[in-house]
Design a protein. Sequence first.
Length: 266
Amino acid sequence: MFFAILISAIGTLLFHSYKNTKKVSVNTIRISKPGTAWKKFRILHLSDLHLEKLSISPEELYRIFSNKKVDLIAITGDFLDRKRTIRKLPEYLQVLQKVKPAYGIYAVFGNHDYMLNGESFETLKNTLEENGCVTLQNEHVSVPMGNAMLNIIGIDDFSTNRCDLNKSFHRLPKGFNLVLTHDPNVVLHMKKFPYDYLLSGHFHGGQIHWPKPFHLVKMGKLVRMNMIKGLHVLNGRPFYISEGLGQTGVNIRLGSRPEITIHEIV
């Protein structure tokens, strides 16, 4: 009897944990930056799609944010880790293009993307670019906004030792510095590099965050500082860690939810 109850309880827990992968949280984060050239600038932030275990369809994704005004879309890595999944990506990217962000769609890569071999990785990168994304690997793009400049700085994945801060910030013009990167641990090494706001992902909010996400311990110092999701400030500068949209390993979420975030810089 005891084992039957235990098995039933585990089954119920796993069922509800799978259902959680379909319950997307849409969070709005407001950051005040005095002296910016705009009254309100909206960034739609997605991270960690993990298309192999993504429970949200392109149509569902579009319904979530189709009525939201967005100026820029940022995607911070971990699209997939298998070549055969690349064929699913255009449907999601075409949905993002429907939003028509005035300043474009920008993407960086994560550790799972680099599981692809050279040719397959290039196919992933080409697929992104053919569907409206600007990909950034230790480089920046400067976009005029009236009399000011928006610098979008893409730092490559820290966890796989691909980040190059000097190259990313080389000859950076004066302006508002928005950093996109996958692994947020890089902020611990950015004291000398100027940024106004940083967006990242990587931790999935623990994905299985109960009673605590002990499995994240090996994923860097930020975990030990209890910085695994949401808005944080380090050295006086804000950065955000998305819980991500998809899952890895077992397709469940416990104590975490898939996340889409709208960042309003005011």
